[in-house]
Structures are given as structure tokens and as C-alpha cells.
Design a protein around this ligand. Sequence first.
Ligand code: MG
Length: 225
Amino acid sequence: MEKTSAYGAIWDMDGTLVDTAELHFAAWSAIAKELNLPFSRPDFAATFGKRNPEILRQLYGNRFSEKEIAELGEKKEEYYRAAARRQGVEPLPGVKALIENLRQAGFKQAIGSSAPRANLDLILRLTELASFFEVLVSMEDTQRGKPDPQVFLVAAQRLKISPSHCIVVEDAVAGVQAAKAGGMKCIAVDFGGHHGQAALRSAGADLVVKNLEEVTVDRVRQLFA
Ligand SMILES: [Mg+2]
């Protein structure tokens, strides 16, 4: 790699930077309770990582109008952020060190997430990671969710780095597929165990790890060699 400054790292947030699954589960449970509707662990597993309108339609059919779906989605995210502020959120093992080392090595870094911008701002503030990212791409910046590569392509474009010089860090099959469809390298982390290493590998991940403590800048550089 001749010019390190021309390389980028684009991070997924939920499940990669932080493990917020329980906060999302609690927020959906509270919404369902208010509506007097069921919301089980299997329901959560079956809809994990999807966008709020898809989750509500998948679980509750045509019960809600477009407007109600938008309102319920916003309310759920407010509950989620309130719980995150109350309980605090820590970066997952190895995250902080890898982010620091990539910056030291000249990588420009971005977040590429399907979560709303307010969630990104809050999580980056709570984890004290905000200053490491030059670009934040959130739900509001895209029309198509992962596995469409749009979120990562927008991030690469705003970083002003060619997709072929970007590494994506992801925890979900759809996210790995999005990175590869965008022509990027991809490290998949299986810390949460929601997807499984075999599935992440067959989705096209260039490197699959249990957690990011296993990843060094040299290992990242090798992926571009
Ligand atoms: Mg994720």
C-alpha cells in the first residue's frame, strides 16, 4: 500500500461498534406492551437488523397506517435512546484500539448505518468515539437498506476514497453483502453471534473474526495486497 492516506474504513454501528441489541429489544417490548400486542424473543430474532416499517409490517400485518408506522418507529427510537442514556453504552472489545490504530495509519473513517442520525450522534457521544469519524451516513442519507451498497458508497464518496480502497467492518450478512456489492473489502465480526461465522463467510467477508481484538492494521493492509 503506497499511500495510506488514500484508504478508508467504514464502520457499521449496531452489533459492530457497540452491542445495543438488548436496548432495541426493550424498546420494542415497551411499544408492544402499550399497544397490547405480543413481542417475543423469536419475533426480535426474526426481524433483527431490519428497518422499523418492515418490522412493524412483518409482525403486525396491515394493522397500522403509513403515518402510524412512522410515529411508532420514531417512538421506538426515542425509547431506545432514553435507555442508552440511562444505562450507558461501551464500545465492543477491540473497537477503540482498532479505530485509534487505523487513524494513526492514515485511514479516513466513516460510519455507515441504517439507524437514524440521532442514534449515531448519541452512541458516538456515549462511547467518546465521535472525533474519529469524518463522515456519518445514516438512515436519512439513503433510500435503500443493506444489502444494497448505497450506504457504503455514499460514505466512500463523502470520504473521497475509491470503494476499492475501503474496508467495511460489519456484523450482519446483509451488511457484508452490501460491502461486497459496493466493491469493498469486508471484515465481519461475530461477537453477537446473531449470524454465525459460516454465514458471514459465504456472504463474501474477506476476514471473519470473533472480536476485533484479533484485527491489527497490518492484517487490514494485507487484505488490500
Ligand atoms: Mg450491524
